[in-house]
Design a protein around this ligand. Structure first.
Ligand code: PEP
Length: 258
């Protein structure tokens, strides 16, 4: 089964309007639509989503929001709905990032609601899962990410599952410079895919599972060579056009050689 790789940048709380637009323009120039055979996504902050979507028009770059509220409208001060994200040009939504789980107290149940709302709106969720260092050292990694996966996909049909991307992001590897080894990541990805297969059958072979956690130009190749690693969700190295482009081009070369 050949899954088209996805390389996604999570800009977190970085890049105000001017910087976000000029980054997108530069990236657009670096990636010729005829030559790019991987999916490329950038994840700006809410206020600049529309401008980034417009700057990306006519290119291979797609836009992700970093968060969403599951409600369609109502008295939810400070929140944004899936329909609003779609209207400003988003295709993807990052859900359940560990920073949202840890800093903003998002629960598995809330993440499940968000995932369902995103799918119902016709957007593509990137569902983040990952264990802490303590959980890994206690041998609880697969149980922890397995539980997060089951909870988030509790009400998802096999048809909807085809539109879900999973991102395995060990918390101890995010922004720390410490990456999971390709073997450590592959072991978890294979476990996640077998869990997806139990639930959704053959659809699991089409679902992308990204790795995230200190991905850089120097380690993307060995990660993406793993059979169940279908791309990357990238924080720090997605903030510079050069490093992000190198990661995209490396993923593309490995994909074309496979
Ligand atoms: C992330 O925030 O999803 C991430 C993986 O960050 P970094 O690449 O900086 O570790």
């Amino acid at each position: 089964m050949t899954r088209r790789p996805l390389i996604a940048g999570n800009w977190k709380l970085h890049k105000p309007l001017g910087e976000a637009v000029s980054f997108t323009q530069e990236l657009k120039s670096a990636l010729s639509p005829e030559e790019v055979v991987v999916d490329v996504v950038v994840g700006p902050t809410y206020p600049v989503l529309h401008a980034v979507s417009q700057a990306a028009e006519g290119s291979v770059i797609q836009v992700a929001a970093q968060n969403v509220n599951p409600n369609e409208s109502g008295a939810f001060t400070g929140e944004v709905s899936s329909a609003m994200l779609k209207e400003v040009g988003c295709s993807y939504v990052i859900i359940g990032h560990s920073e949202r789980r840890q800093i903003f107290g998002e629960t598995d149940a809330f993440i499940e609601e968000k995932l369902q709302a995103v799918l119902n709106a016709g957007l593509l969720p990137i569902l983040c899962l990952g264990e802490t260092l303590e959980e890994r050292e206690a041998g609880q990694t697969t149980a922890r990410v397995g539980d997060q996966l089951s909870a988030a996909l509790a009400n998802v049909s096999a048809e909807q599952a085809a539109n879900v991307t999973v991102a395995y992001e060990p918390i101890w590897a995010i922004g720390t410079g410490r990456t999971a080894s390709p073997e450590q990541a592959q072991e978890v990805h294979a476990h996640l895919r077998s869990q997806l297969a139990e639930r959704f059958g053959d659809v699991a072979n089409d679902m992308r599972i990204l790795y995230g956690g200190s991905v850089k130009p120097t380690n993307i190749e060995e990660l993406i060579q793993q059979p169940d690693i279908d791309g990357a969700l990238i924080g720090g190295a997605s903030l510079k056009v050069d490093s992000f482009t190198t990661i995209i081009q490396t993923a593309q070369r490995v994909f074309q050689q496979s």
